[in-house]
Design a protein around this ligand. Sequence first.
Ligand SMILES: *Cc1c(COP(=O)(O)O)cnc(C)c1O
Length: 368
Amino acid sequence: MPKALETVLEIDLKALQHNFEYLKSKLDTNIKFLAVVKAFGYGSDSCEIAKFLEHSGADYFAVAYTNEGVALREAGITKPILVLHPQTVTFKELIAYNLEPGLYNFKILNDFIETTTKVGLQAFPIHIKFNTGLNRLGFSQGDVSLIIEKIHQTSAIYVKSIFSHLAASEDLNEKAFTLNQITSFKEIRSFFKINLGYSPLFHMCNTSGILNYPEAHFDMVRSGIGLYGFGNSEIENQFLKPIGTLKTVISQIHHIEHGESVGYNRAFKSNGAIKTATLPIGHADGIGRHYGNGKGFVTIHGKQAPIIGNVCMDMIMVNITDITCNEGDEVIVFGEHPTAEDVAAKANTISYELITSISQRVKRHFLK
Ligand SMILES: *Cc1c(COP(=O)(O)O)cnc(C)c1O
């Protein structure tokens, strides 16, 4: 790998291929694979990731919002794209770009039927989302009859899939709760199989669901974090490879005397002679202020350098007193070791938050 000369997020597409194959190896061969590429492909680059996975054989893509789906279409993605959380105001755009809405309540179902009917569409693909315990988004099981009634009253839409989302698939202490969700979903599935008149796809599992609940794979699975290299457990993490390495460089080294302070608000005051490095990465790049004041760290020549003082918008200062290093040397924020999960844990958060926060001004380099 080339040495970083500025702040850069390296994306290893070989690692992505490895993760995709590992996750697919957990599935029966007839089960479809939906790749979740919302939030810029979990902070990497949704278009590059989707292009790569489309070529590697992913069956479906999902994003959270309509504009994310538009970006994929504009990048040339042709596979179906599920928009998990659309709003009515985006329907015209969603239809124009041939995106498929996840519909989660009667208001949005009615709105979508109205829009598609008005423009004279036939059998436009939709997905119906059920809430089975997460209590976030989705119809209730009790809504099934009325949903079927609405669907049978129109020819404008066609149910491509029915899905639900697990609340605690990574937490085996919540196994009883998860099994209840699966049972509810099976009941919903039986109802639709009998009453819909055709066979949509059924799907429920995210990454941890794929790994922990093979009995809930149904017709398709939806994986996000696993593709990017995290399995929500130490065991699974061993089999996955983080695809992103966030690197930066040392811009300047300072020798700080006893009693001097570092950074805004003089948040760090030295009680001895120390050496600091200033790095060109800050909260505007995704290193939140909660990593400041000794919580977070970076790695320089294999050694940990804690972030001192407040995280600035464009810079952080780290303590390099015990590290032999020079201006221009490479700095690792996260990657294979330490992982984004390790770094995130220092600030009481999770890999998902750290990786999706890396802002768009950080250059992405792809290793092919
Ligand atoms: C984000 C999301 C996923 C992907 O979850 P991972 O834990 O990243 O695999 C799957 N389904 C839905 C509905 C989501 O919102």
